[in-house]
Design a protein around this ligand. Sequence first.
Ligand SMILES: C[S@@+](CC[C@H](N)C(=O)[O-])C[C@H]1O[C@@H](n2cnc3c(N)ncnc32)[C@H](O)[C@@H]1O
Length: 308
Amino acid sequence: MQQSDYHQTVMLNECITGLNIKNNGIYIDATLGRGGHTIGIINKLGEKGRVIAFDQDICAIEYAKKNLDDKRLQIIHSSFTNMKKIVLEQNLIKKIDGVLMDLGVSSPQLDNIERGFSFNKNGPLDMRMDQTKGITAMDWLDKANEKEIADIIYKFGEEKRSRAIAKAIKKYQINKKIETTMQLADIVSSVVKSYSKKHPATRTFQAIRIFINQELTKLSLTLEQIIDLIAPKGRLCITSFHSMEDRIVKQFIKKNSQAKRLPKRLPIIENNNEKILLKNLGRYFPSEEEVKNNKRARSAVLRVAEIC
Ligand SMILES: C[S@@+](CC[C@H](N)C(=O)[O-])C[C@H]1O[C@@H](n2cnc3c(N)ncnc32)[C@H](O)[C@@H]1O
């Protein structure tokens, strides 16, 4: 394996335990990446078990097709927002035994300069996870106005200096297009002091990446359909890497694992009793040992729930 293909899987054992894998179960890995979790699941399956794995990144798909040869594995190049459609097409509604989502970007995406995700390496400012569609970060920055840019950097980066950054971007663009990651990182660094040990452009890059890939919208859309796909007692394991993502997952589990409160004097009619759909099985963090060996694991939070 080339270094640029390496992704160190985060909380592998915790996810496998969380999925509570059945010998002949059917599992979905919504975020295939370099297949670390997928292989972990396959290793626990018997001959009739199956994994359906999604990734919207064509490099992840090509890598898996070349390297993960197993007849129990079906690889699908698609956003996980299409999960319900695919499950329906395969007549697998309520037959899925578990869904795993290991959100965010993979190391190969971050490390490959051509992808434009990293402020530490100079590459074209692309940032699309699915390189076959959508607008690049470069084109978006070119077209968007100062307010739009400031709003995105504030909303998805929680960056207090968003307005100053947007102003500096538009000022720079009077003379020159922003085409590379280093150009953007330098512009941000000119108006932002570094946060503790983090690079000053960390929040801006995170915000633009989340926006370009519509990460939070896609997560919410997928969660809305996911409970319908999974069999009773099936599991949902979701690992997030920043607080905005984790908040969506946390609220989704909370909302579906509690009975709706009714005003006290309302008569109890059957429809008033909203069903409890999920059992919250808790949240997990990587061990100190794992964080020591894999810096990218440090912000991970895994939430596990069971379908009722
Ligand atoms: C953290 S990596 C997964 C790593 C993988 N679990 C492993 O151990 O190798 C996240 C992956 O999810 C993919 N991804 C992110 N959002 C997606 C979406 N909406 N649909 C499909 N794949 C997505 C990314 O392209 C990336 O390859």
